[in-house]
Design a protein around this ligand. Structure first.
Ligand code: UDP
Length: 328
C-alpha cells in the first residue's frame, strides 16, 4: 500500500490516478484545505486528516500495511510565504517532521518528496543542475530546503530511503479533463490567463517587465503534471527495486518560456485575446528558473512527452469543461 499525503491536491491527484492505473493500492491522507474531495480517484481509500496529526497518522499506519509514502501536502505560494512565513514553517517543516517521525516509528522507510526549484533561488547558471548552489530567496523555498535536509539526516541516522524531486513549474491537466489545476484563490500564471480568456477575470497582470531577460518578463520551465506524475512512478519503482537508497532529481522540460510567451500561447490555443496589464514585480520571484533534468532521464529513462502547446491545450480543456466548478 502506498500512502499519498496531499492526494487531493493538484499534483497529488494526478499521481494517485497514475498509481491506480498502474495497479497499485493507494490510501490518501488530505485535510482538504486546498485539495478537493472530488479530485481523489474513487479507487483510492481516503482519510480526511492532517499530516501534523499524530492521531490520523497512527490510524493510518495501524490500519494499512504501508510500504511507501509520497508527500504532496504543502503550502506552495511564493508570495504568500513572504507575507506569512509562520504558515510555511508550520505546514511544511513542522508537519513533515511529524510525518517522518511517525514513519520511523512504524518502520516505513520509503519516501518520495515533492521539492521545488525554489530551493535554488538566484543563480547565474543557464540551466540548473542538481549541483547548482541552493540559495532560496523566499520562505517557501527555504521551508522545502529544510525538509530536504531533515530527510537527508533521517537517511543517515534511521536508514530512510528517499527520492527528492525538485519540480519546476507544474502545469497542464490530465487529458481526460476530470482533474486539473484548481486553486482557491488561484495565483498561478496559466490558470489565471485561461480564466481571463474564459471571461471569468477582467484581466491578467504581468508581474514586472523590467527583469534581465530577453523580453523583460520572468522565465520559467513549465512541465506537464502527468510527466511529473510519471517521474514519481519511476522513482518509487527504482527505490523499491533497490537500485539506490537516496536520490535528488530535477524535473523540468529544460525549456524556458517568458510570462509573455505563456500569454501568447494561451491566446493561440484558445483562439481568444487576453486583456494584459503590466504590474510591479512580485516579491520573491527569481528572474529565471530552467531545469537541467539530464540525470533522471539517464538514470530512470524518464521522458517528458508534453510540450508547452500540449500543456496549455490540456489546461484549456480542463478549464473550459469545468468552468462552473472552478469559477471564483
Ligand atoms: N505571474 C504573473 N502574473 C500572475 C501570476 C504569475 O506575471 O498573475 C508570473 C510570476 O511572477 C512568475 C511566473 O508568472 O514569474 C510563474 O508564476 P506562478 O505563480 O505560476 O509559479 P511560480 O513560478 O511562482 O512557482
Amino acid at each position: 500500500m502506498i500512502l499519498v499525503v496531499g492526494g487531493a491536491g493538484y499534483i497529488g491527484s494526478h499521481v494517485v490516478k497514475k498509481l491506480l492505473d498502474n495497479g497499485k493500492n493507494v490510501v490518501v491522507l488530505d485535510n482538504l484545505t486546498t485539495g478537493h474531495r472530488k479530485s481523489i480517484d474513487a479507487r483510492a481509500d481516503f482519510l480526511e486528516g492532517d499530516i501534523g496529526s499524530k492521531k490520523s497518522l497512527d490510524e493510518l499506519f495501524l490500519k494499512y500495511d504501508i510500504e511507501s509514502v509520497m508527500h504532496f501536502a504543502a503550502s506552495s505560494l511564493v508570495g504568500e510565504s513572504v507575507k506569512n512565513p509562520a504558515k510555511y514553517y508550520e505546514n511544511n517543516v513542522s508537519n513533515t517532521l511529524t510525518l517522518l517521525t511517525k514513519m520511523m516509528e512504524y518502520n516505513v522507510k520509503n519516501f518520495i518528496f515533492s521539492s521545488t526549484a525554489a530551493t535554488y533561488g538566484l543563480t547565474e547558471d543557464e540551466l540548473i543542475t542538481e549541483e547548482t548552489t541552493l540559495n532560496p530567496i523566499n520562505p517557501y523555498g527555504r521551508s522545502k530546503l529544510m525538509i530536504e535536509q531533515i530527510v537527508q539526516d533521517f537517511h543517515v541516522a534511521y536508514q530512510l530511503n528517499y527520492v527528492i524531486l525538485r519540480y519546476f513549474n507544474a502545469a497542464g491537466a490530465d487529458p481526460s479533463g476530470i482533474i486539473g489545476e484548481n486553486h482557491d484563490p488561484e495565483t498561478h500564471l496559466i490558470p489565471l490567463v485561461l480564466k481571463n480568456l474564459l471571461g471569468e477575470r477582467e484581466s491578467i497582470t504581468i508581474f514586472g517587465e523590467d527583469y534581465d531577460t530577453f523580453d523583460g518578463t520572468c522565465i520559467r520551465d513549465y512541465i506537464h503534471v502527468n510527466d511529473l506524475a510519471e517521474a514519481h512512478i519511476l522513482s518509487l519503482e527504482a527505490l523499491l527495486a533497490n537500485r539506490f537508497k537516496s536520490k535528488v532529481y530535477n524535473l523540468g522540460n529544460g525549456n524556458g518560456y517568458s510570462v509573455k510567451e505563456i500569454v501568447d500561447m494561451c491566446e493561440r490555443v484558445s483562439s481568444r485575446k487576453a486583456n494584459v496589464l503590466i504590474g510591479d514585480r512580485r516579491s520573491g520571484d527569481p528572474s529565471k528558473l530552467v531545469a537541467d533534468a539530464t540525470i533522471i532521464k539517464k538514470e530512470l529513462n524518464w521522458k517528458p512527452v508534453f510540450n508547452l502547446e500540449k500543456i496549455i491545450e490540456h489546461a484549456w480543456n480542463y478549464h473550459s469543461q469545468n468552468q462552473e466548478m472552478i469559477k471564483q
